[in-house]
Write a protein that binds this ligand. Sequence first.
Ligand code: SAH
Ligand code: SF4
Length: 355
Amino acid sequence: MRIHQPSQMVRVKMPIDLKGFDSRDIERWVLECGFPAYRGRQIHSWLFRRLAGSYEDMSDLPKSLRSFLSREATMNHMIPVDHLRSKDGTEKFLFELVDGCRIESVLIPERDHWTLCISSQVGCAMGCRFCLTGKQGFRRNLSTAEIVDQVIQIRRSMESPERLTNVVLMGMGEPLANYENVVKALHILVSEAGMNFSHRKITLSTSGLVPEIRKLGRDTTVNLAISLNAADDDTRNKLMPVNRRYPIDELLNACRAFPLPNRRMITFEYILIDGINDRKQHSLLLAGLLRGLRAKVNLIPLNPHEGSVFSPPPMERILAFQEQLIDRHLTAIIRKSKGQDILAACGQLSGKYHP
Ligand code: SAH
Ligand code: SF4
């Protein structure tokens, strides 16, 4: 049998990772390598459905194919190097990537299921002033395989993997700044032959990259969350530099144009920061801004981190803010951040060891 080297192997020195391939890619690659297409379907099912930990586990593949795979396409590029459990049941996983970079993923217990919060970049270039990931700056984009592998490895480590039903792209990084890899990963997550998540249970959160929001609406049907955090351009410019490129008006126009299947809503995340965006005038502005949009608001009291110049408002102001929105017929939920004691809450991910 003649075995062809796939073209990708010639260009890229790094061994390929099949976890970044959808079912069609795997079939094509397997064929190119001289094996029948149905072997590709078997490999695909082992990787994404049966969560195989090694090629050795793929017991219905011939030995020759298994050793070919071990040579040409290494598995488990990312190594879990730390695992912390919070008092409230939240778990944080630290992974080391092939180049030594580190990322974090957070598994959050809900009443009847688990939600996994995954990263899309190492660091982040957006520079939001309240966010620890933003403070670190940008290292690099994650590959599709690295995004999907967070879900595979964590699901595999769970006692009841079927209870992991929800995925949010709210970890490290701005997912829409890594558009191609993220969208491919989303396709793998929702593909029926693949990980089979419901697209209704996947949410992508963005700081507001307008052209990519418009594209996302055409390319996927996952839920959209917008990190709004301020209802006027002056305040938002100060908190989130991205607002100078795409001011609130443009951002909300893109939200209005975002295709929403029946009964779906866009989530607007609003971090409440003491003395900055937490007064009555801000809640009135916010309610006015979102009028007519199919919107719900998640109010997140700021999670402070070391060196942070901001702090969360007192509880009575948070409750008053929520009430103002509800009085104006908006759905507004206060999200108590989970996992604060292990620095796993929103805006606290740094990819560092926390001994
Ligand atoms: N980059 C994307 C997704 C990752 S950030 C985005 O910005 O939407 C995930 C969420 O954490 C965002 O909603 C962001 O507003 C929030 N966040 C960042 N820093 C925070 C902090 N210090 N306290 C509370 N939430 C924070
Ligand atoms: Fe990046 Fe999101 Fe943090 Fe802003 S809030 S710096 S976009 S990760």
